[in-house]
Design a protein around this ligand. Sequence first.
Ligand SMILES: *Cc1c(COP(=O)(O)O)cnc(C)c1O
Length: 350
Amino acid sequence: MKWEENVRRVVPYVPGEQPDKPNMIKLNTNECPYPPAPGVQAALAAMQSADMRLYPDPGAEVLIQGLADYYGVKKEQVFVGVGSDDVLSMAYLTFFNGDKPILFPDITYSFYDVWADLYRIPYETCALDGDFHIRPEDYRRPNGGVIFPNPNAPTGVYEPLALVEEILQANRDVVVIVDEAYIDFGGESALPLIKKYDNLLVVQTFSKSRAMAGMRIGFAMGNEKLIRYLSDVKFSFNSYTMNRPTLALGIEALKDRAYFEEITGRIVSTRERVKGELKELGFTFPDSMANFIFASHSRIPARQIFQALKERDIYVRYWDKPRISNSLRITVGTDAEMDSLLAFLREYIN
Ligand SMILES: *Cc1c(COP(=O)(O)O)cnc(C)c1O
């Protein structure tokens, strides 16, 4: 058709499957296996549908102030969005406008190249080394911006802050985005570096460590000027991104630091135990600092294990992509869920 000449064509991002089976074990999209903080349930019960008549606060003031207090920054240094996907997409639109390619790792969050294509931003990928680590020297060439997750996805590999800072030092003239979706599972956040680098944007989410993937809350922190630019673009796109229930429930989750520490701590200890058991079964994996393990088996192809697990309603994530087609990304669930997974694998492999 003639009209198709004017269509913006994209190859969309493919999110993980969201099956809904009664006894499934869902370890495929890095959700938290525990419920959100108890205060969230209470706030949900207290909600009045009559309030929905009114638009939400376009400035998302309560949540922004709550995040500013929690992280010890000014509210002018915080931006919120509909999941970090929304925040990252707005950041691409705002900061990646040069002619030079933006840079990110070859193995990383598969949304990065999709946004680049959507917004027609040129990009180049930098190959991770054989152990899936970033080679900082790759980020010394001319570019239009840098983005990488830390810990990386889907590998779980965490890079020390010295490496993050090395990349920042080599890239003072472009915006550097560190996507910290998994930082609460043991890594050290780059947040303190925003004082020193006005071009650093740190992005985090409530989807993994705060058990609220379904509410869609993401946020970014950085220099006030950076946040102002981001906010200007957001208000030129959609003023009311955060709905009323999301704002009310998000702030409740943030209030309960003890609960947050308890569930992230539990996930970390389950992860460490599962690492040992997977090793015994013949799996290898880069050491993960996230809520998932990216494992390959010495003998059995990943795709085959993936299929076998799926037939038992155990869902993990598999990508048929170069360099990673023999790995499975397994989300860390509850101890009971991991025990079922391990029991199945033990039987299947031996
Ligand atoms: C999960 C994830 C996100 C997006 O999470 P939201 O649910 O949109 O907040 C962003 N980056 C990485 C690396 C992720 O794994």
